[in-house]
Design a protein around this ligand. Structure first.
Ligand code: PBG
Length: 342
């Protein structure tokens, strides 16, 4: 047997000289050596908006989350702003009577989401407004694009998405977030925005968005359960949960096409993807802690099975540790209050 070579890197030290617990001895040391930190600036708060007045309608599968009427947005959003949250994400609950096969309401400049954007820009101008670009809230079948012969078609959908992005930008949206997973949409939307004079409207692409069961409660909130088209789910456009290299290709393409920031979604089950994206590209990278993740945590907290005082911030820190610059989370206001309380 060949003699064993000594290790090239000398051991850092051996117990009892090295005691890892020394740096954990008291609170101040632990704070001093902490590798990551969390602040309100890391948070983007997704809000469900509905028609009507003075109504806060609870979402059954997301305890603590409400669908707010437009007149209640100013109050809710100014509270978020005062807590230091930099941006909100708006999701409209469209009246079923306005839903169509092709989701035409998405490009109506007077639609619910455009009115909500305008209201926030008027009443709380110093907070960012981010909006999804995708057709699912507006279509009868709940798919993110146009369905032709049982298939969600790509290029024709992209044309509609560009128009949707434009009406939202015109209403005052600061960040367009295409969540549809059509090919080439980021580039097409960038061109459409630039040609209309919206050079400074940012694009945060849902670059690596998986075909996930964790979106269930969100679809309840919006009344947009897909699957009526030939029983198909979103697997022909959203990513297969088995894949990881493919996420890097998706991100690379979106960046080439002009995305300013990228997102990985869902969040906690995909932290490996967040880490790979951040390490590979070094661009502003966001994670979406989606409705199902919220429901799991909140459901267990409500039953007393988990301690909310610990797991909510611990979950947030997992995103920071994975390399995310920020997190879209339904816990945003709750987290910001906890951070403020110290
Ligand atoms: C729409 C969209 C979805 C979510 C955000 N934008 C659902 C979906 O793709 O079916 C999910 C968010 C969540 O679950 O919290 N394209």
């Amino acid at each position: 047997m060949a003699p064993r070579k000594p290790s090239a890197t000398p051991a850092l030290g051996v117990y009892p000289k090295t005691r890892m617990r020394r740096n954990r001895y008291d609170v101040w040391t632990r704070r001093m050596v902490a590798e990551n930190s969390l602040s309100a600036a890391d948070l983007i708060w997704p809000i469900f908006v509905r028609e009507g007045k003075g109504t806060r309608e609870p979402v059954d599968s997301m305890p603590g989350v409400n669908r707010l009427t437009v007149d209640l947005l100013a109050g809710a959003v100014s509270e978020a702003r005062d807590l230091g949250i930099p941006c909100v994400a708006l999701f409209p609950v469209i009246d079923p009577a306005l839903k169509t096969e092709d989701g035409d309401e998405a490009v109506n400049p007077g639609n619910l989401v455009c009115r909500a954007i305008a209201e926030i820009k008027k009443s709380v101008p110093d907070i960012g407004v981010l909006c999804d670009v995708a057709l699912d809230p507006f279509t009868t079948h709940g798919h993110d694009g146009l369905v032709r012969d049982g298939y969600v078609v790509n290029d024709e959908t992209v044309e509609v998405l560009c128009r949707q992005a434009l009406v939202q930008a015109q209403a005052g949206c600061d960040v367009i977030a295409p969540s549809d997973m059509m090919d080439g949409r980021v580039g097409a939307i960038r061109t459409a925005l630039d040609q209309a004079g919206f050079q400074n409207v940012r694009i945060m692409s849902y670059a690596a968005k998986y075909n996930s069961g964790f979106y269930g409660p969100f679809r309840d909130a919006l009344g947009s359960k897909a699957g009526t088209v030939g029983g198909k789910d979103k697997g022909t456009y959203q990513m297969d949960p088995a894949n990881s290299d493919e996420a890097l290709r998706e991100v690379a393409l979106d960046l080439e096409e002009g995305a300013d920031m990228v997102m990985v979604k869902p969040g906690m089950p995909y932290l490996d993807i967040v880490r790979r994206v951040k390490e590979s590209f070094g661009v502003p990278t966001f994670a979406y802690q989606v409705s199902g993740e919220y429901a799991m945590l909140k459901g267990a907290i409500e039953r007393g099975w988990l301690d909310g005082n610990r797991v909510i911030l611990e979950a947030m820190m997992s995103f920071k540790r994975a390399g995310a610059n920020g997190v879209l989370t339904y816990f945003a206001v709750d987290v910001a209050k906890r951070l403020k309380a110290g």
